[in-house]
Design a protein around this ligand. Structure first.
Ligand SMILES: [Zn+2]
Ligand SMILES: [Zn+2]
Length: 78
């Protein structure tokens, strides 16, 4: 119905979104070039793979982790 809201939802990160690559960890990055949500590890792996991918512009997802103490994974990264 409202497509702009979907994008805002994805980037704004109201909900935890799982990584499209490993489908285990929660996504921290959204890559518009790949149209993929990636966790920290997969983002590093995918985007260090070659120079072209390295230039992809990624958006750091604002997850609830910054608001709630319930998140336990990936805290060390920031
Ligand atoms: Zn992953
Ligand atoms: Zn990418």
């Amino acid at each position: 119905m409202n497509s702009s809201k979907r994008v805002a939802h994805a980037v704004g990160g109201k909900t935890a979104r799982v990584c499209d690559s490993c489908i285990k960890k929660r996504a921290r990055w959204y890559c518009a070039a790949d149209d993929a949500f990636l966790c920290q590890a997969c983002d590093s792996a995918v985007h260090s793979a070659n120079q072209l991918a390295h230039r992809h512009k990624r958006v750091l997802l604002k997850t609830a982790s910054s608001l709630k103490p319930s998140n336990k994974d990936d805290r060390a990264v920031q």
